[in-house]
Design a protein around this ligand. Sequence first.
Ligand code: GRF
Length: 191
Amino acid sequence: MKQIAVFASGTGTNFEAIYQAIQQGQLACEIALVVTDNPTAAVIEKARKHNLEVFAFSAKEYSCKDEYEKEIVRRCQEKNVDLLVLAGYMRLLASTMLNSYPQKIVNIHPSLLPAFKGKDAIGQAIEYGVKIMGVTIHYVDATMDGGKILAQRGFEVQPQWTKEEIEQHVHEIEHQLYPETLKYLLKENEL
Ligand code: GRF
């Protein structure tokens, strides 16, 4: 059975969607590890409720990025992780992680990349007045929300929608598209 590690910095609704897809037999893998850089993130409680192992770290406690990335890689290797799944993980990855898992790290971003990279992508898209929004899943490289695109799904924004309604729509798409894409990756890609 393929092993994945899920990375999140906050709420973890995407983590939960992936977990549920596995439980329902839609996705053939196991979550070997949940990693967060935020020791108070809600994702920790969600993961522990499912008896999953969590590695919660604080970047401040390490001398540099390389140090905590080495620790992450060590823990992932220990668990024989095949694929690293970033789901709301708010840090850029550096060479330690990227070189240890080439083409084996994916991320989800709430915009149709390459538009609206970085923080508050939905807010940026609203500000710009775009009429079609969406979600992208892509391989991770050293750049912010860069890397080859694996999957995208768009939707038409209704003029009366509030930001909250748009966010809700984005999340609904994310929670379907991430498990679907992981399923494809675990099947098609010889991980
Ligand atoms: C998602 O919108 C994802 O696209 C972005 O961060 C958010 C994480 O949400 N990268 P959650 O923690 O999975 O609820």
